[in-house]
Design a protein around this ligand. Structure first.
Ligand code: HEC
Length: 179
């Protein structure tokens, strides 16, 4: 039960920041608050999952989020759901509250290593997705980037190369946000 709620909250938090439509400061419960919420809800059984599910669904606008996390293995789906908010649906990038580099026609995508490392670990204002996406999803996403959005490279990401890019201690986006 605890694990499910924490997983759902992790998904909700990263969805909110990926969509960056909502202020995570307003939406994300403090660690302490989350703990006491869990205790109370455990007493009332299954109905306890409802608020988290509602938040997840709202943040993801009906995408395939559930208790097991975000499950799509379609590279384009993953890009449009998690990345397009900053990098734009056509990969054109944007300059607004920050500078979001264009991924369209981007020579840094010729070899997947750089993109994989950024997706797993994040970099500056680019959030880490390593705890949120599994190896297969990151391969599908990187393959999409290398072969779409005006890029025409030979896809070279593999389950092994993604696994290698993962740090021994995965970055937890929840903890990182509150530091
Ligand atoms: C919250 C906004 C945001 C989201 C969401 C986001 N990015 Fe980024 N991304 C950035 C920023 C900002 C940078 C520049 C990082 C830097 O300054 O080093 C970046 C850089 C990158 C780069 C390197 C580009 C280059 O030429 O150096 C890649 C590749 C990339 N992002 C892919 C993705 C993918 C794939 C996703 C979805 C899983 C994603 N990003 C989601 C903000 C975002």
């Amino acid at each position: 039960m605890n694990t499910l709620i924490i997983t759902a909250m992790t998904v909700a938090a990263i969805s909110a920041s990926a969509a960056f439509a909502q202020s995570s400061a307003d939406q994300t419960p403090t660690d302490q608050g989350a703990g006491s919420e869990t205790l109370q809800r455990d007493e009332s059984g299954d109905a306890a999952m409802q608020p988290e599910e509602t938040a997840v669904t709202a943040a993801a606008e009906g995408e395939q989020f559930g208790q097991g996390g975000y499950t799509s293995t379609d590279g384009e789906d993953i890009y449009q759901t998690l990345c397009a908010g900053c990098h734009m649906p056509d990969g054109g990038g944007a300059i607004g509250a920050g500078a979001y580099p264009a991924l369209a026609g981007n020579p840094n995508l010729e070899y997947s290593g750089y993109a994989v490392s950024l997706i797993v670990n994040g970099q500056k204002a680019m959030p880490a997705f390593g705890t949120f996406l599994d190896d297969e999803q990151i391969v599908a996403l990187t393959t999409y980037l290398q072969t779409n959005l005006g890029n025409d490279y030979t896809p070279d990401a593999t389950i092994e190369s993604v696994a290698d890019a993962r740090p021994a201690e995965p970055v937890d986006p929840n903890t990182a946000e509150h530091e």
